[in-house]
Design a binder for this molecule. Structure first.
Ligand code: PFF
Length: 450
């Protein structure tokens, strides 16, 4: 067995890397359109509840499992099961996470490619004084070009795998030091602009006025799945990052900071977008194209819009990049720790597999748009739903059950190192609330399907 393990230099690098994994297209591209597709405030409220009662405790659990074992998710679960005299089959939980990561990156890199292409559009001034219909046309013409989609997806994959090949502590995390605050700063500018020209009141009402009658089972299902997606939970990314973490760092504080920043960022983007949507008589339920159709309108009319648009899409690309890296890290860590295959070789092979998945996803927006896989869903939707609403919550459920009921009590207490009341809060959410919430959603899903 070969062991080449990196380690975070300190708590701050771990936090930035984990925040880098969490903050990505999920916040900026996915959350806003999911809010629109799932009825606005109904979705937002459930999403916030899912972050608080499921996301935060399970993020602590996942980091805790990784740090305890100091291994990739597959070997970590194997070792932890062994330590607890439990079935060795727990290791397949790690394997499921790796598969989920590969499937997610298959579509994530395609959307990452859209962002890259929007950097060039912004840079070339294509948004200047653009109308709502021109903006939609721009987006349509990108989607209708398989050649463009595949090319940008390829660029994004090369960028991602290039960093993965070099290993964990090689500096990209340091870039997060500047990039995350910069992303916030530009968002505030965007928000200020949306406030002055958009319909912020309508946006606020749409997103935050509680109307419990609008909460549907589908909204709950999507909100729970998105809480996992947004915090990068349930597939071992956070576990593998935790495995590089020193013993003296507080897991709880780090987790809460990351979850708050992650959620706030997504909600701010949502507000900025919906205030433009309502001011321009656009439809809130435009789906995955939402930010690509609305934001150019804002940038196209604001002072220095050209510059801000280029900067914004560049920062989004960076955010997507750091998340993409974390999607494959569990698998690469597993290969490196179990075989004699070199990190760079493993990266190239895995990269090729994901690249091919991404090609099918790219084609699903144009030449293969009528191809359906299951329940009438196309290739992109199938991958998205399968991972977000099934694989990630299932992974999270099993991790929660393992940490709460299988692992020895003093091991989890040592690792979490919480005061009495915080430990009780973690225990109630991890052992009871989160598993019940996920189980209920699954039962509903089975009813839906069956
Ligand atoms: N959390 C990332 C985002 O919001 O864009 C996506 C993601 C990264 C999901 C890593 C899952 C994961 F393991």
């Amino acid at each position: 067995m070969t062991q080449h393990r990196g380690a975070w230099k300190n708590r701050w690098t771990f936090m930035l890397a984990t925040a880098g994994s969490a903050i990505g297209l999920g916040n900026i591209w996915k959350l806003p359109y999911m809010i629109g597709v799932n009825g606005g405030s109904a979705f937002v409220l459930v999403f916030i509840a899912c972050i608080l009662f499921v996301g935060i405790p399970l993020m602590m659990t996942e980091i805790m499992l990784g740090r305890r074992a100091q291994k990739n998710p597959f070997n970590a679960m194997q070792q932890l099961a062994n330590e607890a005299n439990a079935s060795p089959h727990w290791k397949y939980l790690g394997a499921m996470g790796m598969v989920a990561g590969v499937l997610i990156l298959g579509f994530y890199s395609v959307i990452g490619g859209w962002v890259l292409s929007y950097i060039t559009l912004a840079f070339n001034g294509s948004f200047d004084a653009i109308s709502a219909s021109q903006s939609s046309q721009n987006f349509e013409s990108l989607l209708n070009s398989p050649y463009l989609l595949v090319s940008w997806h390829t660029v994004f994959m090369v960028m991602t795998m290039g960093v993965v090949a070099r290993g964990v502590s090689s500096g990209l995390e340091r870039a997060n030091n500047i990039l995350i605050p910069a992303l916030f700063a530009i968002l505030l500018i965007l928000l200020g602009y949306s406030m002055s020209v958009g319909d912020m009141q309508a946006a606020y009402q749409f997103m935050f006025t509680p109307d419990f009658s609008k909460i549907t089972p589908v909204a709950v299902l999507s909100a729970l799945g998105h809480a996992f997606f947004s915090l990068s939970l349930g597939m071992g990314s956070v576990m593998v990052y935790g495995s590089y973490l020193q013993r003296n760092v507080s897991i709880a504080n780090t987790t809460i900071c990351i979850a708050l920043v992650d959620t706030l960022l997504g909600l701010l983007v949502g507000l900025a977008i919906y205030s433009l949507v309502f001011a321009n008589q656009l439809t809130p339920n435009a789906g995955p194209g939402l930010i690509f159709q609305t934001l150019p309108i804002a940038f196209g009319h604001m002072p220095f819009g050209h510059l801000f648009a280029t900067l914004f899409f560049t920062l989004v690309a960076f955010a997507a990049w750091t998340s993409a890296i974390s999607l494959v890290e569990p698998t690469i860590a597993w290969v490196v720790e179990n075989t004699s295959v070199k990190r760079a070789h493993a990266t190239v092979h895995l990269g090729l597999i994901i690249w091919m998945i991404g090609i099918t996803v790219s084609l699903s927006f144009n030449v293969w748009q009528d191809v359906t896989i299951v329940f009438g869903l196309g290739i992109f939707d199938t991958l998205d739903k399968l991972t977000s609403t099934i694989m990630l919550p299932l992974g999270g459920l099993l991790m929660a059950l393992f940490a709460g009921y299988v692992m020895q009590k003093h091991h989890r207490q040592d690792e979490l190192n919480l005061g009495r009341s915080y430990y009780t809060a973690w225990k109630i959410t991890n052992n009871i609330i989160a598993p019940l919430a996920i189980l209920m959603v699954f039962l509903y899903l089975l009813g839906l399907i069956g």
